[in-house]
Every structure is written in structure tokens, then in C-alpha cells.
Design a protein around this ligand. Structure first.
Ligand SMILES: [Zn+2]
Length: 144
């Protein structure tokens, strides 16, 4: 049996606007922003509401549950992903609204999940520690 393939967890670029998001991932918590003026859920994390322009936005924890909206199987990655194909790049639509670009991983957080994939597949967030005070939110299949 071959060893379990894992995806690398490269350190993200953190700036003052996204620091609370990444700090939360290190605690195993997924945050999104919500606009205090128009109630839009904002993704990706940023200071300004893209719908109404308000700067009155606040962080909200979300469940981390959602469904695969779209996906592709990458056979040849770049940079730290160069030798880890095939792996899954996907949009996950959270139950709370926004769609995140992410990876889908399998049992034991392995990269081997291709056979389970389908649009609409129920998934839940898992966090892959970067070792630098942040973790990458990825998703794995879940029972309904
Ligand atoms: Zn707004």
C-alpha cells in the first residue's frame, strides 16, 4: 500500500485586513465578514462591503458546512503543489452563503478524494496547519 498523500500547507500572505481571519483558522474557526449596513455576507475577507461600500463590517463565525459548487482535478500543480497531483481544486458554497475557492480532501485529510467527488456533495471544513500561526481551510466529504 502506498503512503497517504497529503497536500502541502503553504503559509498565506497575511495583511491587517485578513489577520483576524487567519488567526481564527489557527484556532479551528472559520470567519466571514458581514456588512452592518446592508447585511451582505462578504467573501473574500476585506474592510469594505462590495455591495454598498460601507466600512461597517464585522467578523462572524460560520459553521464550515457547505456543498461542492464546482470542482476540477489538477494533475500538475505549481510551486509547493508541483509534485502532489492529482488533487482537487473546488468552489464550496457554504451553508452561510459565500463560495470559497479551496481544496477537497479525503479520509485522513489525504489528497485522495477524486472518486468521491460530485457537484452538490456535502462537505465540512478542516484546517491544515501551516506551522506559522495560520491554517488553510479545506473541506472533506461529510455524511448528510
Ligand atoms: Zn453593505
Amino acid at each position: 500500500m502506498s503512503e497517504t498523500r497529503q497536500l502541502p500547507a503553504p503559509v498565506p500572505e497575511v495583511n491587517p485586513e485578513t489577520e483576524p481571519f487567519w488567526a481564527a483558522t489557527a484556532r479551528g474557526e472559520l470567519l466571514v465578514k458581514q456588512c452592518a449596513e446592508c447585511a451582505s455576507v462578504i467573501w473574500y475577507p476585506r474592510a469594505l462591503c462590495p455591495d454598498c461600500g460601507s466600512l461597517r463590517t464585522r467578523w462572524q463565525p460560520v459553521s464550515g458546512r457547505g456543498r461542492v459548487y464546482s470542482y476540477t482535478v489538477n494533475h500538475r500543480g505549481e510551486g509547493p503543489y508541483r509534485d502532489c497531483g492529482p488533487y482537487v481544486l473546488a468552489y464550496v458554497e457554504l451553508d452561510d452563503g459565500p463560495r470559497l475557492m479551496t481544496n477537497i480532501v479525503g479520509a485522513g485529510d489525504s489528497a485522495d478524494v477524486v472518486g468521491e467527488l460530485a457537484v452538490g456533495l456535502p462537505v465540512e471544513v478542516v484546517f491544515h496547519d501551516t506551522g506559522e500561526g495560520s491554517a488553510l481551510p479545506r473541506f472533506r466529504p461529510r455524511a448528510n
